[in-house]
Design a protein around this ligand. Structure first.
Ligand code: HEM
Length: 258
């Protein structure tokens, strides 16, 4: 069998597909959080960053398609492996270890479903502008932002002062002023953090990096990372709900002034 055949055609191969796509997705969510945390700086930062990403044009599409492929393969491998496990369980389902494995994989499935539902909502919310449309209409005058300073990446100016860019800063703040939306985000990133925690454990196992000596240490490291990840994500809707982040004053239209 060739490499592609053995990756997709065997259980071990599918576990590797899950692990590798999992690593790609972890890389994305961590990078996305680091980018989003710029909301705690001047609006130039988040708005400049979003403009920089949009300016990447075809490269942005390459990254988007790569992410979609990773999500599809991750879900496909999870589904096939779950069905295989179910078939293989048969007579020994009374053993404790099998019950534990089933609980863990059930938790992975449910947290996975919620994260997928969240992702669909999130894309409709911030990328497509299909939900909270009243907020979008009301804030239409806020959609443009004039950069006050250059936005630089690795020492290079990528967005210049005075450039008219989308006001992603206000879009996020206004979006999270809706308590139900914020609560949905907080619950979803909480479940995503749990998903990542279980995922880390299986990832090390699948890649053969887990042994008795390292297992407890790896689990602790994963626990800390997932907790930091959750707190980082919680900080954004949390700060909006606590009134610490307000729409950028210079651009607030009369309709949404509070
Ligand atoms: C508090 C948490 C989050 C905030 C504030 C946030 C914010 C945003 C914003 C503002 C955009 C649109 C950027 C633009 O088009 O200019 C976006 C896009 C996106 N977000 Fe998030 N996000 C959060 C959490 C997440 C999580 C947990 C995931 C993954 C499970 C995620 C996945 C995505 C994806 C896939 C896109 C589309 C990127 C693209 O357009 O190619 N986000 N997010």
């Amino acid at each position: 069998m060739n490499l592609v055949g053995s990756l997709f055609g065997s259980s071990i191969g599918r576990k590797i597909v899950m692990a590798v796509t999992g690593v790609i997705l972890i890389g994305f969510v961590v990078g996305h959080l680091v980018g989003n945390l710029q909301i705690f700086q001047h609006p130039d930062h988040l708005n400049g960053y979003a403009q920089f990403l949009h300016q990447l044009g075809p490269l942005l599409w390459v990254a988007r398609i790569g992410l979609i492929v990773a999500v599809v393969l991750h879900i496909w491998a999870a589904t096939v492996l779950t069905l295989e496990n179910k078939k293989a369980r048969g007579s020994d389902y009374g053993f404790k270890h099998t019950i534990q494995a089933t609980l863990a994989s059930r938790a992975m499935r449910w947290t996975g479903f919620v994260v997928l539902a969240f992702l669909i909502y999130h894309l409709a919310h911030f990328t497509l502008g299909l939900v909270q449309t009243e907020t979008f209409k009301e804030t239409a005058p806020l959609n443009h932002y004039s950069m006050t300073k250059d936005y630089r990446v690795a020492g290079f100016t990528v967005v210049t002062a005075g450039a008219d860019v989308a006001n992603v800063y206000n879009m996020v703040v206004l979006g999270f002023q809706n308590k139900v939306v914020s609560l949905f985000y907080i619950i979803s990133v909480g479940l995503l953090s749990l998903h990542l925690l279980h995922g880390f454990d299986s990832l090390f196992q699948s890649l053969g990096l887990r042994n008795a000596k390292w297992s407890a240490l790896l689990h602790k490291a994963a626990l800390v990372l997932c907790l930091v990840y959750f707190l980082g994500n919680l900080a954004i809707p949390g700060a909006v709900l606590a009134g610490k982040l307000q729409p950028h004053a210079a651009k607030v239209a009369p309709a949404v002034q509070r």
